[in-house]
Design a protein around this ligand. Sequence first.
Ligand code: UDP
Length: 375
Amino acid sequence: MYEREAIFIKRVMVIMGTRPEAIKLCPVVRELQTRSKEFETLVCSTGQHRELLAGALRAFHVVPDLELDVMREGQSLSGLSADLLQAIDSVLQSTRPDAVLVQGDTATAHAAALAAFYRGIPVGHVEAGLRTYHARDPFPEDYHRRAIALLSSWHFAPTVTAKQNLIREGIHESTVCISGNTVVDALRYTLNECRPTIRFELPKNSRLIVFTAHRRENFGEPLCGMLRALRRTVEAYPDVFAVFPVHHNPEVRKSAAMILSGAERIRMIEPPEFISFHHLLSKAYLVMTDSGGIQEETVALGIPTVVMRYTSERTEGMRAGVLRLAGSGEESVFSLAHRLLRLGSEEYLSMRRPSAVYGNGHAAERIVDRLCKIL
Ligand code: UDP
């Protein structure tokens, strides 16, 4: 049993399992830690993506108080969810927090919210209200987001659109706080206060594409099509270089090796820790991605982005003009990227505008201010 320091100090447990959760929750953890007269902060890492998570935590100097070990080789989503639920429940039983914070849409966030709900512990959901309303795109994230909304007492919506989604679903307005997205807090920290550990030297006057792809619904032919589109795009422009941090998933690695081996001016690298990744992103001329979080980062940085998906819950970034949906077919991805890379492309220039639709870097402060009022 964890002893309490004082009865008037509220114990908040922040639970995370993957790299994007760490990137978006560490600003909140750091903010909670600066208010130690009001909060005792416990960080629980579930180890869903052990190595990637550990790297992100280290970059923020956040040390987990509790480390679970739930990941097994070849585990199904159901197996993972069951293990997470049981492991998190034991931790909640022994630590008895006053509140639990989860972020986003992962299996960890879903299981943590459910375990806390079953124990009657209020849940705060950071990055609440994102929706595509397609249960299988992204899968299983769109389902997780909706389920977490039902289990949460407080909803920290990054934008007005996210808040409207929640209210349409019957969530009471008084429980929703528009905070901005904590990824912008993280981006400000990495670009202003941290040095990258990996540097990428590019030939002078070249243009950089940063390419990432990892969504499970794209595995197989859609992913192969996206990779062929990258190869054709780079071949079409001799001044273009691409850097592709290859996700650890074996499906991604197999397809990347098959389609991109030997391709000139495409560098496949191990996924860099996020400080180096943010610095790399900030130098990009164009980004091609199926990631969620990277869309928010490129919008904040104003880097034109080809979104290799049919739907996106980042509608604000599309309205701001920085994101364009291309679907995940080879021809549509290639033709959009090719068009934007034409020198003097007006379409490209109109997209190259930083936007504050995801906040101004003070989301964590707003979240913790609200927690101070409600706890
Ligand atoms: N990221 C990173 N290194 C990489 C690729 C991505 O640090 O090689 C960071 C990126 O800056 C963003 C987050 O990881 O903040 C996005 O993670 P991912 O694309 O895996 O997940 P999603 O946001 O789609 O859930």
